[in-house]
Design a protein around this ligand. Structure first.
Ligand SMILES: C=C1C[C@]23C[C@@]1(O)CC[C@H]2[C@@]12CC[C@H](O)[C@@](C)(C(=O)O1)[C@H]2[C@@H]3C(=O)O
Ligand SMILES: O=C(O)CCC(=O)C(=O)O
Ligand SMILES: [Fe+2]
Length: 441
């Protein structure tokens, strides 16, 4: 019995002493570091490392009572500056940092995604069930080949082949909302030039990307409206209105980029209009029905970059969403990560180096009265590789009225401008896009 008493007494006194010492150490550390708010990385590093040794030693002594202090809160209370890259070794053994990559971690990068994400992790408005069950269980995500359509068949001398190709496009747009096209007419050289310019553009210093109003002030990074990790996109993008693409003023040293983007957008536009015409004709409309309401000035080119995410591959590169347009043509690299909802399951779209991905947008789903589907999709971050993609959005003018081509209509009439405003209002208020359900009759 005596032994039992000593043991519990010892562990209590261990805990009590360690708590007092830890408290005093943290207070001293915190007040000392407040004098050097993150500017003197080595001082931060020294103290943090001592802190780690100390707290992990205490944790080893009395793990059940271990209140390992969160290093994150220490960093964030220091509000480490959003200044040029400041790389420090994150001790591998800190329990609170188990989700950070063991080797070097970029606390400050271009863009400073980790800093922003760290704040969300510490102060989420809601604790997310970040990943669906399959990913939780570490089950490899099922990878699927999207329906593959050879656009050369549309030029066949054989009418049956042409018809079969059109039907395949319409069937995929109804059943998948996604498909991929080969022999699309986009030259590999143009694709290479576009990728080169895209990579050069994103290498622009973060400060310049956020303050110079580049490409009609179209730069976006992370998710400013996010209030929890599951609303956060580990990516950056230029969402460029094509109406500005020809004006040299907003390009300066990016002149070569302007030229390539003009050629690239023209090629994407041609493919988008060809497909939209086939889809419209299939519903008994004129092929050119979209020509009037979707001209060059109303469409967008979205350049996406997904930096490698050292934290986890369970983080969204781009959060689940549907596209707010008629049709999207996507040019992606071979890294992978794009997933789409199919039969209430997420499936990974296997990249195909010769193909462009096509997906139906919200406006085509409304216009077709739900015949074609605007399907939810997302991008999962990659732990080691950065990823690039370019999306061309076939959009109408903001005053275009979106009406159903069939009666009774599922949705009320709305203009594209009204739709965009509603999406932005919902994202601002709730952190999520609602989209078409807002317009159901
Ligand atoms: C087609 C688009 C819809 C979207 C902007 C984008 O060009 C590509 C990403 C989409 C997304 C996903 C997360 C958010 O819901 C959203 C508001 C955003 O910022 O990017 C939507 C955009 C949207 O629907 O406006
Ligand atoms: O990068 C991708 O694969 C998808 C991008 C996307 O969904 C978008 O830009 O709307
Ligand atoms: Fe999208």
């Amino acid at each position: 019995m005596k032994l039992g008493l000593d043991a519990s007494f010892l562990s209590f006194s261990h805990f009590f002493c360690s708590f007092v010492v830890l408290f005093l150490f943290k207070t001293l550390t915190w007040s000392l570091l407040k004098q050097f708010p993150g500017e003197n990385g080595s001082l931060v590093l020294t103290i943090v490392t001592i802190w780690e040794l100390f707290s992990s030693h205490l944790c080893s002594l009395s793990p059940e009572s271990c209140q390992c202090p969160s290093l994150d809160s220490l960093f964030l209370s220091l509000s480490l500056p959003h200044t040029p890259i400041n790389t420090i070794e994150i001790p591998q053994f800190h329990p609170a940092l188990v989700f950070l990559k063991p080797e070097r971690t970029m606390l400050q990068s271009n863009p400073p995604l980790l800093q922003h994400y760290g704040e969300l992790v510490l102060h989420p408005a809601e604790f997310p069930a970040l990943v669906c069950d399959e990913q939780k269980k570490g089950v490899a995500m099922e990878e699927c080949q999207l329906p593959l359509i050879d656009l050369d068949d549309l030029n066949s001398d054989n009418e049956r082949e042409r018809l079969a190709c059109s039907r395949a496009i319409c069937r995929a747009s109804s059943e998948w909302g996604f498909f991929q096209v080969v022999n699309h007419g986009m030259s590999p050289e143009l694709l290479r030039r576009m990728r080169r310019e895209q990579m050069k553009l994103f290498q622009t210093p973060f400060e310049r990307k956020t303050t110079w109003g580049l490409l009609n002030n179209s730069y976006r990074w992370g998710t400013p409206t996010a209030t929890s990790p599951k609303q956060f996109s580990w990516s950056e993008a230029f969402h460029i209105p094509l109406s500005q693409i020809s004006e040299g003023a907003c390009y300066g040293e990016y002149n070569s980029l302007r030229q390539v983007m003009k050629e690239f957008a023209a090629a994407m536009s041609k493919i988008a209009r060809l497909l939209a015409g086939i889809l419209a004709e299939n519903l008994g409309n004129q092929k050119g029905v979209f020509e009037d309401i979707c001209d060059e000035s109303t469409c967008f080119l979205r350049l996406n970059r997904y930096p490698a995410c050292p934290i986890s591959q369970e983080i969204f590169g781009l959060v689940p969403h549907t596209d707010s347009d008629f049709l999207t043509i996507l040019c992606q690299d071979q890294v992978g990560g794009l997933q789409l909802m199919k039969d209430s399951q997420w499936v990974a779209a296997k990249p195909n180096k010769d193909a462009l991905v096509v997906n139906i947008g919200d406006l085509f789903q409304a216009w077709s009265n739900n015949v074609y589907k605007s399907v939810e999709h997302k991008v999962m971050a990659n732990r080691t590789m950065e990823r690039y993609s370019i999306a061309y959005f076939l959009c109408p003018s903001y005053d275009s009225l979106i009406t159903s081509c069939r009666e009774p209509s599922v949705y009320r009439k709305f203009t594209f401008g009204e739709y965009r405003s509603q999406v932005q209002e919902d994202v601002k208020k709730t952190g999520y896009k609602v989209g078409l359900p807002r317009f159901i009759l």
